[in-house]
Design a protein around this ligand. Structure first.
Ligand SMILES: [Zn+2]
Ligand SMILES: [Zn+2]
Length: 375
């Protein structure tokens, strides 16, 4: 079925070879046939691939069992191999190498630099502040260079010693056959120095936590939940890594009489029954700390809204402004004097349906309703 060489033959091992033997055999052959060691020799590359493929299968107990049972057919794509392992050997080359030579993590580790953590700061502001925008001073704890030891981490009067393991480079090179691996020095964790007498202020870390005052510009029109990112104002990075970012999470406190709806502001104003009936004028406060007049026509019903253009909130990062809506709520008078009661009773006597349009309409409907029910 397949002209491929037997995996065991490829790796030059017995069929019952254990993991250690497989690994040793693979390592020996991979070294021998590695393309870097055989420049210009195309056949060595083919051989190298075969070796990798064989090892990839045999190192995996499941794949090995399938291979022992079905041979190469177990892995042929589309041929209905019973386990469907498929190809993808090339992609796992690196895994094998990392596994074999203990390189895992080292590549990503790079120079041992680490970006500092992002910080979150919650800030509550008032609606007026969101309207005007403001510059807020905030105090955030940040790690800074320790002053006692100037960041060396060594106790005053002593000096950190150059790391003997890496000679101060922070990196060590290891020869693995023809590979040379470079990784963070395990002795000094990349610092290049060893501290024998740690600084008491920072416990040898070279960094201390301090409160730092920052100015934050809150633009006009921010909303509840707006996030402001201050790039690079997060925690300091490690070993020369970049700092993280600082995020200000804004929340708006409830206003005494304004409700916000996007850029519009709403407020409810109670008015007397008489003002509603006769019409009138009253003043309402505006978010810009000013006042504006609202004219009520005679006979205005409770719940009616009056729009005051451009007295709402600014729209974030635009020149637009929302509107303000004043909703009137007609209040029923309470605790009437005898005289007031008499006057109202008198008023009621003089009233006809025309003075109460909604009631008139309603009672007509009720009449119709019972009329229909009866018939
Ligand atoms: Zn210190
Ligand atoms: Zn070192």
């Amino acid at each position: 079925m397949s002209t491929k060489r037997c995996y065991y033959e490829t790796l030059e091992v017995e069929r019952d070879a254990d993991e250690t033997k497989l690994k040793a055999a693979f390592r020996k052959l991979a070294m021998k046939w590695h393309p870097d060691k055989n420049p210009g020799d195309a056949s060595s590359e083919v051989k190298f691939k075969e070796i990798n493929e064989a090892y990839e299968v045999l190192r995996d107990a499941d794949k090995r069992a399938a291979y022992d049972r079905y041979g190469h057919a177990a892995f042929e794509q589309g041929a209905g191999g019973p386990h469907g392992f498929g190809a993808g050997f090339a992609s796992s080359f690196s895994d094998i190498f990392e596994d074999l030579f203990g390189m895992a993590g080292q590549r990503r580790g790079g120079t041992g630099r680490e970006r500092g953590a992002d910080l979150r700061y919650n800030m509550e502001i008032t609606l007026e502040e969101a309207f005007q925008g403001k510059t807020a001073q905030i105090e955030i704890p940040v790690s800074v260079t320790c002053e006692s030891c100037s960041g060396t981490g060594a106790k005053a009067g002593t000096k950190p010693k150059t790391c003997a393991m890496c000679g101060g480079a922070g990196r060590v090179r290891q020869a693995q056959g023809f590979f040379t691996l470079e990784r963070t020095c395990p002795g000094c964790h990349g610092r290049g120095q060893m501290i024998e007498d740690p600084c008491p202020s920072c416990s040898g870390s070279g960094r201390v936590t301090r409160d730092r005052t920052l100015s934050v510009n809150i633009p006009q029109g921010v909303e509840d939940g707006t996030r402001i990112r201050l790039a690079g104002e997060g925690e300091a990075g490690l070993r020369g890594g970049p700092p993280g970012d600082l995020y200000i999470f804004l929340s708006l406190s409830q206003h005494e009489f304004f409700q916000r709806d996007g850029a519009d502001l709403h407020c409810r104003v109670p008015i007397s029954m008489v003002t509603a009936a006769l019409g009138g004028e009253f003043e309402v406060p505006t978010i810009d700390k000013g006042k504006t007049k609202v004219k009520i026509p005679a006979g205005a019903q409770s719940g009616r809204r009056f729009r005051i253009a451009s007295k709402g909130m600014p729209v974030l990062r635009s020149r637009q402004t929302g509107d303000m809506y004043v909703q009137i709520v007609v209040e029923t008078p309470q605790n009437l004097t005898k005289k007031q009661q008499e006057l109202l009773a008198e008023f009621e006597k003089l009233s006809s349906g025309a003075t109460q349009p909604e009631a008139a309409g309603f009672f007509t409907k009720v009449k119709d309703f019972f009329g229909k029910a009866a018939s």
